[in-house]
Write a protein that binds this ligand. Structure first.
Ligand code: ADP
Ligand code: MG
Length: 649
């Protein structure tokens, strides 16, 4: 079974990659509108919510159906944040959020916090931090994924996260008075596939269809409207200081694609460190030792809560006054900043590292986005603004901005966005394998669906009875770097000289996104059809990765393609020339045969090199030698067989 050969040199350069992934167009048709019976307001039939599933706090946001602005969902108490804490009480009673947080100190064994740190992790991954967790993290099999033991029950981090998501879903349904089944969930940019999959699974377990997993820094940028124009190229630093983690991400947006240039940070650095520093400072003032604090959990808990209160207040005042057990406690902004400075300095060092990894200098950064509750601390703002030498995006609530951006993304997915609509497009190119393992694209990426394309191919060998048709998806020039979708054989091609059969391959991507591939030999009418789902099993992140890979490898791909093309051409010329000489020996001079064979030997040798120019030169030479006698001998019989071959040019 031979490979496909195109009859004419239709070698288009497929490597001119433009970075358009999200295709934005003016909205043409209205989305379906429904009326919310409870509120009387108009709303889209399908509400897709954005969820920030945080280490410390989680929350939900939507695009307000009337104002079309992203808003966080708040309960009557005006609180949007749900602490990411789960408490397992008596008789199987489970509480989540503020209610569960009350048990953190009193019932450390059955009050689970920071479960996000365990997502997609094995015990080996978290071993060094085991003392951080006050609950039991199972360590019997260090290779498998961690489980948490509460009483006699074992919970996976996925199950635990699903409790938080269920709570968020219930709240959203309570506030919106409508079922919520679809969501976009955010994760840190550095989350690997296992962690992303775990997050998806947690969503599914909570009864949510997770339409997309979005990077937190990407969502934060979207909340500020960055990346919503397709002609925009920007480099953005996203500084995210949360409760227990610090992340700095450097992103580049080009025409709607967010590319993570670098990430850095510290998974054990955040607002909790500020609280601890204040607690220690006050304990020293009160003359309390660590043993005394350990022995008196209530005082410890009270101190910790008061410390957090002081820290928060000092973001807007310059002095805090409180009391514990009749003792007055004071903290000034100045004192707090002294305590916080070492931690803030560490975040700045991470920023330096991130810039270095991205190979950028400060002046390359166009925007700085502040994320995370702890960026309310004035010292953090000041230090970041100084480091980047520019004004910060900090007008939105920093602990809400990720959820707000997730809502923006959800809205685009729902097709509700007034100005922009994410069209149904093929996110990756579709094509087939041709000689030398090259990718021949029939439907380029970003084609509108439905889409149709066809091209003619021919056989490589005389009497070739069939053809293998391998269908691929991706942007790379060699099929081995792309994703194989399907393969089938077109058999029963009647015996014909090489180059004579006309095999038409047609691709149709129908409205459901299903690809129908048809191969038909036009002279005999033999045909074969196959159907594939190109996006099946492919996540958005994988699609994005494939696109970015093609950009990273563009240069080397162009080179490889040129070489493979030269080698393929050389092989074809060698085959046809050999056949020609064999068939026409009697009409050729001995001298012509010798010089041809020498030239063929030279070409065969050059062919195995990686020097494309040398191969092309050898092809030219062989052509020059054979052209005079080929022209001389071109009688009717052979002219048919030789038609379209490069030997006659
Ligand atoms: P995460 O992303 O880790 O889930 P958040 O972004 O919600 O966390 O940030 C939580 C942290 O923000 C906590 O340490 C909290 O004390 C801190 N924080 C919240 N409000 C303020 C404030 N006004 N001043 C200083 N820190 C604050
Ligand atoms: Mg966060």
């Amino acid at each position: 079974m031979g490979c496909l050969v195109q009859p004419f040199s239709l070698f288009v350069n497929q490597s001119s990659h433009e970075l358009l992934f999200l295709l934005f167009v003016q909205k043409k048709s209205m989305a379906k509108i429904g009326i919310n019976i409870a509120t009387g307001s108009l709303q889209q039939q399908e509400m897709i919510v954005g969820i920030d599933l945080g280490t410390t706090n989680s929350l939900v946001a939507i695009i307000h159906p009337e104002s079309r602005k992203p808003v966080v969902l708040k309960e009557h108490d005006g609180n949007a944040l749900v602490p990411s804490v789960i408490h397992f009480g008596e008789a199987g009673l489970v509480s989540v959020g503020d209610e569960a947080k009350k048990y953190l100190v009193a019932e450390p064994h059955n009050t689970i916090f920071s479960v996000k740190r365990l997502m997609g992790k094995s015990y080996n991954d978290v071993r060094d931090y085991s003392s951080f967790f006050t609950y039991k993290v199972i360590d019997d099999n260090s290779e498998s994924l961690v489980k948490v033991q509460v009483g006699d029950t074992f919970y996976s981090p996925i199950e635990l996260s699903s409790y938080i998501l269920k709570e968020l879903k219930a709240r959203a349904e309570h506030i919106l008075k409508t079922p919520v089944t679809k969501a976009v969930i955010t994760v840190p940019a550095y989350f690997n596939d296992a962690q992303r999959q775990a997050t998806r699974d947690a969503g599914r377990l909570a009864g949510l269809d997770v339409l997309r997993i979005v990077n937190e820094p990407t969502a934060a940028s979207l909340a500020y409207g960055l990346g919503l124009r397709n002609d925009e190229t920007k480099t953005i630093a996203v500084y995210d200081l949360g409760g227990g983690t610090f992340d700095i991400s450097v992103l580049r947006i080009t025409g709607g694609i967010f590319e993570v240039l670098s990430t850095n940070g510290d998974t054990y650095l955040g607002g909790d460190d500020f609280d601890r520093a204040i607690t220690q400072y006050w304990s020293a003032k009160l003359g309390l030792t660590d043993e005394e604090l350990n022995a008196n959990k209530n005082i410890a808990q009270e101190l910790r809560l008061l410390a957090e209160e002081a820290k928060k207040q000092l973001s807007s005042t310059i002095e805090f006054k409180g009391s514990i057990a009749g003792e007055e406690l004071v903290l000034t902004r100045e004192e707090f900043e002294k305590l916080a400075k070492p931690f803030v300095d560490r975040t700045i060092q991470c920023c330096k590292n991130a810039m270095q990894d991205a190979q950028l200098s400060i002046t390359d950064i166009d925007e700085v986005v502040m994320v995370g509750g702890s960026t309310r601390v004035p010292l953090a703002k000041k230090s970041v603004a100084e480091f980047f030498g520019r004004a910060l995006h900090d007008s939105l609530n920093p602990d809400e901005v990720v959820a707000l951006g997730a809502a923006v993304q959800a809205d685009i997915l729902a097709g509700n966005n007034k100005d922009f609509l994410l069209l149904d497009i093929t996110p990756l190119s579709l094509g087939i394998e041709t000689m030398g393992g090259l990718m021949d694209v029939l439907i380029p990426r970003n084609s509108k669906i439905p889409s149709k394309a066809g091209r003619q191919y021919t056989t490589q060998k005389d009497g070739q009875p069939g053809m293998r048709i391998s269908v691929y998806q991706g942007e790379r020039d060699l099929v081995k770097d792309n994703r194989k979708l399907a393969e089938f054989n077109l058999t029963g091609i009647p015996g014909m000289p090489a180059g004579l059969p006309k095999v038409e391959i047609s691709f149709l991507v129908n409205a459901d996104g299903i690809l129908v591939v048809k191969a038909k030999e036009l002279r005999s009418g033999v045909e074969q059809t196959i159907e594939v789902k190109p996006q099946y099993g492919l996540t958005d992140e994988e699609v994005e990765k494939m696109l970015l890979d093609s950009i990273t490898h563009a240069k080397e791909d162009i080179k490889t393609r040129a070489l493979v093309e030269a080698q393929t051409e050389a092989q074809q010329i060698l085959d046809t020339t050999r056949l020609f000489v064999e068939k026409n020996k009697t009409f050729l001079l001995q001298e012509e045969i010798e010089i041809t064979e020498a030239s063929m030997k030279d070409l065969a040798q050059k062919m195995s090199s990686t020097d494309k120019d040398a191969i092309q030169a050898a092809i030219e030479k062989l052509n020059d030698i054979s052209r005079p006698y080929a022209e001389r001998l071109m009688d009717h019989a052979i002219s048919t067989a030789m038609k379209g071959k490069s030997i006659t040019e």
